[in-house]
Ligand binder design. Structure first.
Ligand code: ADE
Ligand code: ZN
Length: 329
């Protein structure tokens, strides 16, 4: 079966994490930065574990220094993502990597991303929306300007607020101020949890940050009471199986809990997270889900309907994207 052509909705990507290593190498060359330490001899990203991954990720981000760099990145990412059938994508973008949390700088970076998104929509038939993201291991204070940037730019392109980064830094309640600020601005919320912190971190995230979606959330599988709460609150999981396998959050594809979560009635969706880092694509994720759990076109269509319903964009955008999910007449 060829899943590449199947139209797809992807809710959980990190814009900088979608940067191909060759793209980052080119920027490093242009800016005379020596980033040789973050690449393997074959030219891929080189990291040992999750903490090292975050270090390599942040080193790669040092090459992204201007709105123009983000315009180029956004175009390159959308062309590649659309080539795997993705017709709608949400991506985490961080004011920390776009002008250091300064609102004026942030609006310039956003304008450049939006310009590229509009061009890519025309050329490649993919819609992009941004979710402003606080970086957890930068600490609760650093997440406040990110949330402020989110609230000030919430609109057509920026559709939500979330948090990524080192999950074991602090507790969800430490970050409540930022989430409250974004919620009071009317923004939908998501947060990485249960990638590393197990069911407890998912439960605290739901209780203290009151999110509609959880990034990863796979640790929830160990707590039936939490599963009941996820069902009752209609919380959607942004599951990224290939990322979990490469970062060793799970032992391998066969033991990944996505199928059990889905069987328990949880609304799961599938995304790539940071595709070039994890040598994955949406096509590869679907291929592996097919090989491992026997999922086919029916399951993938249902998955995409769930993802579109849980998307943070406006209803007009959803209606436009829904047409792209329909089979060609
Ligand atoms: N930032 C980029 N990828 C991430 C991941 N998988 N978990 C937490 N933060 C991230
Ligand atoms: Zn992520």
């Amino acid at each position: 079966m060829n899943f590449r052509e199947l139209p797809k909705v992807e809710l959980h990507t990190h814009l900088e994490g979608c940067a191909p290593p060759a793209f980052i190498r080119q920027l490093a060359h242009e800016k005379r930065l020596d980033l040789s330490g973050i690449f393997t001899a074959e030219g891929g990203y080189d990291f040992r574990d999750f903490d090292h991954f975050l270090q390599v990720y942040e080193a790669a981000c040092t090459t992204l220094q201007s709105p123009e760099d983000f315009r180029r990145l956004t175009m390159a990412v959308l062309e590649e993502t659309a080539s795997h059938g993705v017709v709608y994508m949400e991506t985490f973008v961080s004011p920390d990597f776009c002008g250091g949390g300064d609102l004026v700088a942030w609006t310039d970076y956003l304008a450049a991303m939006q310009e590229a998104a509009a061009e890519a929509e025309d050329k490649f038939g993919i819609t992009l929306k941004g979710i402003v993201t606080g970086i957890r291991h930068f600490g609760p204070e650093a997440c406040k300007p990110a949330a402020l940037c989110a609230a000030e730019t919430y609109g057509d392109f920026i559709t939500g607020y979330g948090m990524a980064g080192g999950e074991m830094v602090g507790r969800p309640a430490d970050y409540a101020y930022s989430f409250d600020l974004a919620r009071e601005a009317g923004m939908p919320l998501t947060c990485h949890a249960g990638e590393w912190g197990g069911a407890l971190m998912v439960a605290e995230t739901i209780r203290d940050l009151r999110v509609a979606r959880i990034g990863h959330g796979i640790g929830a599988i160990d707590d039936p009471t939490l599963i009941d709460e996820i069902l009752e609150k209609d919380i959607v999981l942004e599951v990224c199986p290939g990322s979990n396998v490469v970062l060793k959050a799970v032992d391998g594809w066969a033991s990944h809990p996505i199928a059990k979560l889905r069987d328990a009635g949880v609304k799961v969706t599938v995304s790539t997270d940071d595709p070039p880092f994890f040598h994955t694509t949406m096509t590869a994720e679907y291929d592996m889900l097919h090989q491992t759990f026997g999922w086919g076109e029916d399951e993938f269509k249902a998955l995409n309907a769930t993802a579109l319903a849980a998307a943070f964009c406006d209803d007009d955008t959803k209606a436009r994207v829904a047409k792209r999910l329909e089979p060609a007449q």
